[in-house]
Design a protein around this ligand. Structure first.
Ligand SMILES: *[C@@H]1O[C@H](CO)[C@@H](O)[C@H](O)[C@H]1NC(C)=O
Length: 335
């Protein structure tokens, strides 16, 4: 069964490679920054949980997800995808949002319970006056014992307006974008083995109460005095290869228009500058969690030095040394 799946999977990858080419495309009225078609909610997504806490606005293209004392809420893509470009514009709730997490992510945990894949954008709320932070992460084939988190400030207030958050997933890399600026690139390396997401996934958007870890390691909880917390979503782009949920090996790239194929030199310069300014955490340099540099990490002495200044406890100790107690613990890893 497993073996067959993998054989068929390789076949489907080959099909995918050959079909994921650029084709000319017709006129589409509404497009995102990459000239990809924007779907209405009903075209791409379905209600997942939180009944009336999910509201589709009258235009059919915008959704409000709210969190109150009764429930969070979420939606899920109707289709399963193997690779592609996935994007949404998101406006986050303002003011006091400690403990609140808004997530835009891909997962196949419902199909592969023991060896699921995941690609995450997570927005971590904060106390009033402090900015939201974004976290990115991936898991592959159930690699939940290895967290590959990075966290960043944004350089703008994500509660002021909509901003576009996108994931490009191919066989060889995963790129996270904010407003078309790549902020992280994960290249598939041999040593990652199954840890690189490689099975079909669906898209999810959720808002939920993560009081236990989201803000300063759980120090600040959700305060329902300020509820409902409303996250707004629009500009849905689901531009990949769809996989039949029963016959997982059947892949159709229905609308394979041009998607970014990688990072251009000018985008790379923007990425470097974003990371220099805004990155606050990288698992690669977290010496408390990983005594040796994880194999896929490329050691960048400047990045290491900068993070060490930002958080001397997490990033400063020599690998292999232990810090029994630290008053700055809450500043470090929050999950
Ligand atoms: C993924 O996990 C399954 C089940 O644990 C295992 O049989 C398979 O070899 C793994 N695949 C890779 C590429 O590591």
């Amino acid at each position: 069964m497993d073996y067959n799946f993998h054989v068929m999977f390789v076949v489907s990858l080959l099909v995918l490679v050959s079909s994921f080419s650029v084709r000319s495309h017709g006129v589409v009225s509404s497009k995102n920054n990459n000239h990809l078609p924007i779907l209405s909610f009903d075209e791409g997504y379905s209600h997942l949980f939180g009944d009336t806490n999910l509201i589709v606005l009258r235009d059919g293209k915008s959704v409000h997800l709210s969190l109150d004392e009764r429930s969070g809420s979420g939606f899920v893509s109707q289709d399963l995808y193997l690779h592609g470009y996935f994007s949404a514009s998101i406006k986050l709730p303002a003011d006091y949002t400690a403990g609140v997490v808004v997530a835009f992510y891909m997962s196949n945990g419902d199909i592969f319970e023991k060896n699921h894949d995941e690609v995450d954008f997570e927005f971590l709320g904060n106390i009033r006056g402090k900015e939201w932070r974004i976290q990115t992460n991936i898991y592959g084939n159930g690699s939940t014992n290895v967290g590959r988190e990075e966290r960043y400030g944004l350089g703008f207030d994500p509660t002021d307006d909509f901003h576009e958050y996108s994931i490009l997933w191919t066989q060889s890399h995963i790129i996270f974008y904010v407003d078309d600026v790549p902020i992280r690139e994960i290249k598939r390396t041999e040593s990652m083995g199954g840890d690189f997401p490689s099975k079909p996934m669906t898209l999810y958007a959720t808002i939920w109460d993560a009081s236990e870890w989201a803000t300063n390691g759980g120090k600040y909880k959700v305060n329902y005095k300020y509820a409902p917390y409303i996250a707004q979503f629009s500009n849905f782009v689901l531009h990949g290869c769809m996989v039949d949920p029963i016959e997982l090996t059947s892949v159709t790239c229905e609308n394979p228009k041009s998607i970014p194929t990688g990072i251009t030199p000018s985008q790379r310069a923007k990425m470097d500058s974003f990371r220099k300014k805004h990155m606050q955490y990288s698992y690669c340099y977290d010496k408390r969690r990983y005594k040796t540099l994880p194999s896929e990490c490329v050691y960048n002495p400047k990045e290491a030095e900068r993070l060490k200044k930002f958080d001397p406890v997490t990033f400063g100790s020599g690998r292999g040394r232990h810090h029994a107690k630290s008053h700055r613990r809450s500043h470090a890893v929050s999950i």
